[in-house]
Design a protein around this ligand. Sequence first.
Ligand code: NAD
Length: 501
Amino acid sequence: MATGSRTFRNLIGGEWLDAAGGETFESVSPATGERIGTFPKSTAEDVDRAVAAARDAYASWRLVPAPRRGEILFRFGSLVREAKEELAQLMTREMGKVLPEAGGDVQEAIDMSFYMAGEGRRLFGQTTPSELPDKFNMSVRMPIGVVGVITPWNFPIAIPSWKIVPALVCGNTVVFKPANDTPLLGQRFVELLAEAGVPPGVVNVVHGFGREVGDRIVRHPEVPVVTLTGSRETGVAVLRAAADNLKHVHLELGGKNAIIVMDDADLDLAVDGILWSAFGTSGQRCTAASRVIVHERVYDELQSRLVAAAERMRIGPGWEPDTDVGPVINRSALEKIHSYTEIGRDEGARLLTGGEIATGDGLERGFYYRPTIFGDVEPTMRIAQEEIFGPTTALIRVRDADEAIRVANGIRYGLSSSIFTRDVNLAFRAMRDLEAGITYVNAGTIGAEVHLPFGGTKDTGNGHREAGQAALDVFTEWKSIYVDYSGRLQRAQIDTAGEVR
Ligand code: NAD
């Protein structure tokens, strides 16, 4: 698909519009430097228009019966399924992940749409008995209004689906700012929503950068809910900016996820799990395994197998069938990742493999980094504490399970975690004691399914969860309803408790 020379627009109130200020920016492939397309560099004025459109559309969308909203989302899921190959190809070009992973990213959106389409016929509330005669009590989920959706580039179809699809089935309308590194995928996402029958104004897309478009969405008084996936720093900035208007803020932030490998583990399985979790998507997953905590009895064996396997991984553009590791997203990410190699060396960790920018065979046209493994890492080193967001992992040696769990928990983040062991008792202890929103047993740290809650403890978020039933709590508010059919004024127990009856 020849998109490189095309100019795209914002979608506001059903119309495709240039940025009010007329400025543009380009999306560029991290694999080759090729231009993907030109997009509006929007400002607060564009956000204000989009919020006004979303506000107008909310008046009628909230009244569309939820099963009908679900049908539109079901159609959307079907359209995404038909477009899966095209979207995966675009994703590989626009953000670099290898083609099978890009297909997986799109599949998440298909699964989420079908799951949430069914929610249109549930959105369950509760009915309960009343403390008074001839009175009926229930609680129901209500939509909230315009939802501001701000997403990162690393899951450019999946993450918008985790936010926009549940927001819509609940009856909200949306102003969506895709990541400025992946605007084309954001564009295709809303095009398919429109094609599925989402009415004009219900979903609006405003392209641009965080400090202009994102910040205005977060501060706009008529956007009561903001959902952001991004870095911890962005999360803190968004929470602060939203405070004056007491907005609902849903944050999914960074991770520093660990795989524990015990001395009774199946090491072949563990090596496969580590490779996939540490180097899949070039380590640019919030759930990537950037720490591997290994029992001292199997440390040397695991280290040598892992290094050998990492050195066999092939680096290249994600669309080449034999590529294992694609590029990282842009030059500044490449520089940040390399700076952590220097930091690790300076801290005294042992660089076992990688640690350099990959060149040759045209790789210098893109942003490629060799899979990097540090050994002899101390848990307090910066490479074991800070999110690098690249193909770098740190091996940490421990004496026993208690130390393994202590080290795993000794970080500010709490997203994903994993343990490889054949000891069922230890597996259950780990499930209980690992301080993370997600724990895998005998699998790596990645591989979420859409019908379970997704998110993290501690600095990974602010207590909400994406996906599953938990997502509905972000996009609705509870209303409790009391219906008195006694025909007389009955006062509740709270008002009559002092009276003798
Ligand atoms: P980022 O924080 O730089 O950007 C995320 C989004 O926020 C972008 O759309 C950006 O334009 C916008 N933004 C930036 N500053 C803003 C501001 N002040 N106000 C409003 N919006 C603003 O993150 P990124 O580099 O795109 O993504 C990588 C980060 O995302 C990593 O930290 C990763 O762990 C995290 N992540 C978390 C999850 C999760 O579910 N927990 C999933 C994927 C990625």
